[in-house]
Design a protein around this ligand. Structure first.
Ligand SMILES: CC(C)(COP(=O)(O)OP(=O)(O)OC[C@H]1O[C@@H](n2cnc3c(N)ncnc32)[C@H](O)[C@@H]1OP(=O)(O)O)[C@@H](O)C(=O)NCCC(=O)NCCS
Length: 316
């Protein structure tokens, strides 16, 4: 039976959302029962529109006999790629369509220069884990949000580092900062480039980017989303150069804390891999707590992860 893949058209977005709702509502119900995790919230059309804006050909659908049967949303960051919201229509699951959708996502990402692909699934979703292992993905840690109150300082006195929010900069300085961030990421992992994500976040006014460094050298960056209804500054990406000493790393966190406090957010945090005990223990000693919602990271590719500190959760 013929099945082909292509980017979605705007008029097809409501169908895509219905398909995702039907596939995911059954899965979360099966995994989490009547707890809050088991209630699926409608997959918003506006969200898909913004994904399409961010990466026009990355919202992929599979068509069989004129009907949309599968969806997968891809993102590329230089050599690193990511896909999420993989779904097969409930009536068509178990027939090899999901497998083909992943192959399409891989082909699409490879065409954009991606050599390393990551994804997330629920740790309890054993059949999904088997499905991805079958496609040569390996488990790469449990991603959990760690968070902390913003009211108590992590380091006191005068910081050896300086920080700036990109939203406060003029066009020229912002471009300079983005170029320095691209260089930082390249130094952590050849080909790693988050520029498109950072620019998209700033354009959408969803969050901000903090660049942190010495006068002449950027050593860290943080991308955080400002969820309007939350009292939490949500770090999505934290990158710290391998050249940064432990006490400087602490100051990076302190700059993040001050950012959260200035925004009037009661807490702040970012994703960590709790399978990496050294990092998790260090953070817990600094009064970070783990938020009870974990996802399993799975990856495929040859050089993952990056050097230095590279904490990221792409989510949707
Ligand atoms: C997960 C999902 C996308 C899989 O799509 P699908 O079309 O049902 O899966 P397929 O029929 O393509 O399965 C492909 C392969 O995975 C294998 N597989 C499936 N479940 C497996 C398991 N529990 N253990 C090992 N292998 C498994 C199948 O054997 C098959 O391999 P084969 O072709 O070599 O026989 C689909 O079930 C879905 O939409 N689920 C709900 C939403 C969801 O959970 N999305 C993923 C979130 S990360």
């Amino acid at each position: 039976m013929s099945l082909y893949f292509r980017p979605i058209r705007p008029d097809e977005i409501p169908d895509l959302c219905r398909l995702v709702d039907s596939a995911y509502s059954a899965t979360v119900k099966r995994l989490f029962g009547n707890s809050s995790g088991g209630r699926w919230a409608h997959y918003q059309e506006s969200k898909v529109g913004s994904y399409q804006q961010r990466e026009p050909d990355g919202v992929r659908i599979g068509i069989r006999q004129g009907q949309m049967v599968t969806v997968c949303i891809c993102r590329s960051f230089g050599k690193v790629g990511w896909f999420h919201t993989l779904a097969v229509h409930r009536n068509y699951q178990g027939k090899g369509i999901g497998h083909k959708a992943v192959l399409d996502a891989q082909r699409y990402l490879a065409s954009r220069g991606v050599t390393n692909i990551g994804l997330m699934t629920w740790p309890a979703a054993l059949s999904n884990i088997g499905f991805y292992q079958n496609l040569d993905y390996q488990m790469a840690g449990l991603s959990v949000h760690s968070y902390r109150s913003s009211s108590q300082a992590l380091a006191t006195g005068r910081s050896p580092l300086q920080s700036v929010l990109l939203s406060s900069l003029g066009e020229w300085s912002k471009e300079q900062a983005l170029a320095a961030i691209a260089l930082l990421c390249e130094g952590m992992m050849p080909g790693l480039d988050y520029s498109s994500w950072l620019c998209w976040t700033l354009e959408q006014d969803m969050g901000d980017v903090m660049a942190i460094g010495f006068e002449d050298e950027l050593v860290a960056m943080i991308l955080a989303y400002k969820q309007p209804r939350l009292d939490y500054l949500e770090g999505k990406l934290l990158a710290i150069s391998p050249a940064c000493k432990p006490e400087e790393q602490l100051w990076v966190l302190e700059h993040f804390r001050r950012w959260a406090a200035n925004e009037g957010r009661a807490s702040f945090g970012f994703p960590v891999d709790i399978a990496d005990s050294a990092v998790a223990q260090r953070l817990q000693k600094l009064d970070f707590r783990l938020f009870d919602q974990s996802m399993l990271n799975m990856v495929k590719g040859d050089s993952w992860p990056a050097k230095g500190v590279h904490l990221v959760r792409f989510s949707g």
